[in-house]
Design a protein around this ligand. Structure first.
Ligand code: GMT
Length: 374
């Protein structure tokens, strides 16, 4: 098949899923054309069946806000015709599903079909805002196929919008680099100079991630036991605030801010637990990546996280904002090495038996085939 993929190219789960999917599709013989305003950050290796088409946005003094959605639609229509795309797969509804709808209308006939994958805040936060909800609902319903990354997100979408199209749940999958990770002794000695217990968090530091809770958790923990290190990976709106707070609370010796990193698998491999304090999370790809590395997770029990992190099996889940419970679970696991080993083994086993790419990617291919056969 010839498949177009549009996603956000920046540091974020939806772009990662789209890019890893494109790489896997190309490996299995499909031709894949990425269409976005910049090269997706995980699209870092050459493959003869992978192409990237940059969307140029014309700046003009009359535009206070440049209409990216229109430039994207033009590019989608151009590539669909020029590369003879069979299908276009857009990740994150806003504005990608709307641009895809416009591209399909521009092409005329029945030549282009598009699939929209819903990832999370395109429904739960941004999509449901009155300024976007009507167009988001319309564009999703106009899609030839719709997928959501968890059962929770499917239910939520049906609750928020009046969508008549069936929604298929296709979970996130484990990118290859999280299988057979090489341990890094450098990272281990940096994180655990005195045998510290390493708690890692990876995100884009948006308010929805509730990263300030992480400082509160470490504050509780070190009252009883100083042997902890909190490793914070990623960057975003709340990072500087957190760094200031960390200095103010004199917590700096317990926290490392690594910023954006490429070697996530090695960092997880040098970690003991993964923490996710999100207010809402449609799936939690970073938690899945941790589980795949055998790192148990303590997460909130919000949204799709319950489908990824199994309470008492692969880690623990607790209510949003319940920092005491987070601290309690961390202390309990640190104190009991048999429990740690059990959780770590279960984590890897559960991730690998449910979320391997060779299980999930064929579900997307089957979805494309169904859409094309209609
Ligand atoms: O919806 C978002 O917040 C953006 C998106 C992203 O690009 O990071 O994240 C979502 O998509 C991921 C991949 O499907 C999911 O694993 C994340 O749980 C989800 N984030 C949220 O729901 C907050």
């Amino acid at each position: 098949m010839k498949i177009g993929i549009t996603c956000y190219p920046t540091y974020g789960g939806s772009g990662v899923v789209a890019t890893e999917l494109g790489k896997k599709l190309a490996e299995s013989g499909h031709e894949v054309h990425f269409i976005s305003y910049a090269i997706p950050y995980r699209l870092n290796s050459f493959h003869s069946r992978l192409f990237f088409h940059e969307v140029k946005v014309l700046e003009y003094s009359l535009f206070e806000h440049t209409p990216y959605c229109l430039s994207l639609a033009s590019k989608m229509a151009e590539i669909a015709e020029f590369a003879h795309l069979d299908i276009l797969h857009v990740h994150y509804a806003i504005p990608h599903a709307t641009s895809a709808y416009l591209a399909r209308e521009m092409i005329k006939g029945d030549k282009l079909k598009f699939v929209t994958t819903l990832h999370g805040t395109d429904i739960t936060l941004i999509g449901s805002d009155p300024s976007y909800s009507k167009i988001v609902e319309f564009s999703i319903d106009q899609s030839n196929g719709v997928t959501a990354v968890s059962k929770y997100l499917k239910t939520e979408t049906k609750k928020v919008f009046n969508i008549k199209k069936p929604i298929e749940v296709i979970y996130n999958f484990i990118p290859d680099q999280f299988l057979n990770v090489r341990p890094s002794t450098d990272l281990k000695s940096c994180f655990k100079p005195d045998g510290q217990f390493v708690l890692t968090h990876i995100s884009n530091f948006r308010p929805v991630k509730r990263t300030p809770d992480l400082l509160e958790i470490i504050k509780i923990l070190i009252k009883k036991d100083k042997k902890y290190k909190l490793v914070l990976v990623g960057d975003g709106p709340d990072r500087s605030k957190l760094e200031f707070k960390c200095r103010e609370l004199e917590l700096c010796e317990y926290i490392i801010f690594l910023g954006k990193q490429d070697n996530i698998a090695e960092i997880l491999n040098a970690s003991d637990l993964f923490l996710m304090t999100s207010e809402t999370e449609s799936f939690g790809l970073a938690a899945l990546e941790a589980l795949a590395c055998g790192v148990p997770c303590i997460t909130t029990n919000t949204g799709g996280l319950k489908e990824v992190n199994i309470h008492g099996e692969t880690g623990y889940i607790t209510d949003v904002g319940n920092i005491e419970a987070f601290a309690e679970y961390i202390g309990k696991i640190k104190a009991d090495s048999a429990l740690y080993k059990k959780l770590s083994k279960n984590a890897k086993k559960y991730a690998l038996s449910n979320f391997r790419s060779d299980r999930i990617v064929p579900q997307y291919v089957a979805h494309y085939e169904q859409v094309l056969a209609r």
